[in-house]
Design a protein around this ligand. Structure first.
Ligand SMILES: Nc1ncnc2c1ncn2[C@@H]1O[C@H](COP(=O)(O)OP(=O)(O)OP(=O)(O)O)[C@@H](O)[C@H]1O
Ligand SMILES: [Mg+2]
Length: 296
């Protein structure tokens, strides 16, 4: 009986009410390799993962470990070589892209994408899954609210293609949020932002995940910011999950040294782990002190 009522709840949600989407992502024995069949180089191998309930969750791991590949398998950009992804009771492979886009947003890695559009129109593209005739005012209200949330109202009428890299990233983030998804996947969303915005945007993502009851899944290379704000961490290594749990459980000296192959110390800051990197290579001493050339 319980299973039937869960199924009903979800199929209703997919067709009509995004608010009721089941916040439960289940990755079962997922494998993926790029290339054809036996020539494919395996990237992810029999990966198992369950994300349940609203939270900010960060994926950490070295370059090339498969972080982007994993989220591409969760949003249908890629199809797993084997294994399945479920959202609630529903098999992802059976959910249409159109239905999925009502519930799942995706902010890709900062790319050189260009849109010959104003910032407002670029963010308005995020409303596409919800667009209905005669509802443009409602959509514009959401766009305006999102511009305010990210703190970029002054960019509203600028041309997207004229913006700096950090401004681009904020607009793409706004586009993802304007979609009002219940599950939001972000690939290094703060990589081009200055330190103030790295903090503000990550805090905003954490707060939204709690207040709007969303799963916000973010790839990050900034271990300390991920540690400060994430409810949970997924650490990838060797094509699979190396550790999952709270920042205190995952961000340990042993795990960081093993996965990233760097020396470090981990101290506590505000109850969260904070990684201090160590340079284990002794530098050659300079004979001559180098000075900065200044023009007066
Ligand atoms: N389109 C592709 N064709 C072939 N191989 C690919 C393709 N995209 C990624 N790869 C390879 O798959 C592996 C995983 O790549 P992925 O982009 O998922 O890594 P990542 O963990 O996101 O790394 P980064 O931190 O550098 O973004 C890498 O070895 C990469 O070279
Ligand atoms: Mg990547």
């Amino acid at each position: 009986m319980t299973v039937i009522s869960l199924k009903r709840q979800f199929s209703h949600a997919v067709d009509d009410t995004p608010e009721d989407i089941v916040l439960d992502i289940n990755v079962e024995d997922l494998s993926f390799g790029y290339g054809k069949d036996d020539k494919a180089t395996p990237v992810l191998k029999d990966l198992k993962l369950r994300i349940n309930g609203p939270q900010l969750i960060s994926i950490l791991g070295p370059n090339g470990v498969g972080k982007s590949t994993l989220i591409h398998c969760m949003n249908k950009i890629l199809s797993p070589t084997s294994g399945k992804v479920f959202i609630g009771e529903r098999d992802l492979s059976e959910i249409s892209i159109k239905d999925l886009s009502k519930h799942m947003g995706y902010v890709p890695y900062a790319s050189s994408d260009s849109f010959p559009l104003s910032v407002t129109d670029t963010i308005l593209m995020g409303r596409h899954p919800h667009s209905k005739w005669g509802k443009l005012d409602d959509d514009l209200r959401v766009v305006h609210k999102t511009l305010q949330m990210i703190g970029i109202e002054e960019l509203a009428d600028r041309s997207f293609n004229e913006l700096s890299a950090g401004q681009h990233q904020k607009v793409m983030l706004a586009r993802g949020l304007a979609q009002e998804p219940k599950i939001l996947l972000l690939d290094e969303p703060t990589s081009n932002l200055d330190i103030r915005y790295q903090l503000e945007i990550t805090r905003l993502l954490r707060d939204l995940s709690h207040s709007q009851k969303m799963i916000v899944l973010m790839i990050s290379h900034d271990i300390n910011i991920a540690s400060k704000y994430s409810d949970n961490i997924i650490m990838l290594h060797g094509g699979n999950i190396y550790a999952t749990g709270t920042p205190n459980e995952v961000i340990t000296k042993e795990n960081i040294e093993h996965v990233y192959e760097v020396g470090c110390n981990v101290i506590e800051d505000d109850g969260r782990p904070h990684v201090i990197l160590k340079d284990n290579v002794t530098a050659e001493p300079f004979d001559e002190p180098h000075s900065v050339v200044s023009v007066s």
